[in-house]
Design a protein around this ligand. Sequence first.
Ligand code: SF4
Length: 304
Amino acid sequence: MKAKKKKSEPYQAKNILYRNEEINPFYMSRYSLNPYRGCLVGCRYCYVQEKKHIDSTGLEEEKDRQVQIKINAPYLLKRRLESGLEMGLIALGESCEPYGENENEYFITRRLLEILQDYAFPLHIVTKSERVLRDIELFKKINSKSFVCVTISIPVVSGGLVKKLEGDSPPVKTRLKTVKKLRHHGISAGVAVSPVFPYLTDGRETEKILRRVSASGAAYALFAPLSIKNYQREMFFSWLKEKFPRLPDSYQRLYGEGEEPSCEYWEKFMLKTKRKALELNLNIELPFEDEFGHLPSQEYLKLQ
Ligand code: SF4
């Protein structure tokens, strides 16, 4: 197969901070902040690089990986904060890789963190990259005023699956080491086992992940099922048919016409996973208190 080209370009964003109607239960966040748009990593399951997601930019037909750099993001964030913003946890990197290769050149994530540090907003950072270690000293400063936790995304650990699903993601070993280093420096860190792929990663693979995550010293492991958005459906099923020909029918039964697997399936999975996680001393929710004693601000707690 022809290798995907990578394309990056500066972009003037209209808005940078989005307020969720409800607290996002996975990130526990009130706000969503994404320094980049799109991603160059190319994980097979990820919706951020879907052409329909990257709309009205003139790049809809472009099939290669692309990222847009929100060069005015620090200005927009500062303006929003100066206008007086209700306190709440900010999820940074929910729909992009905040420490992708462009961060080495543009430092957008870094500049946003510096601004957020001044305003003492609590933060939940989600990334796959060890570049996050660059900001450890800044995280310590944020922790002196509010709270930051870093979640490293590791949905699979077995070589064959990593190859099929994770594009150019950093090696699993590196990601686990990143968790370890963050914890070593007193930063609250854990892992997002997301998405969980029914019939592919919901059995032995999950147990394997939990064991390795626990060995890394992670404070928590968060789980979310694979969600198949409408516009991804056709593409996802044809990929599944090609790579795992026995699975499309089972997925069809489990998902029906919806985006998520049945509640019954997910509750059963979580019950089993919770038992295993407890044995390994892992939280399966974001702990707002850990042995480092960092807490979100009182204002944030009142919002919950
Ligand atoms: S690194 Fe994250 S944002 Fe980028 S393609 Fe993979 S899952 Fe999506």
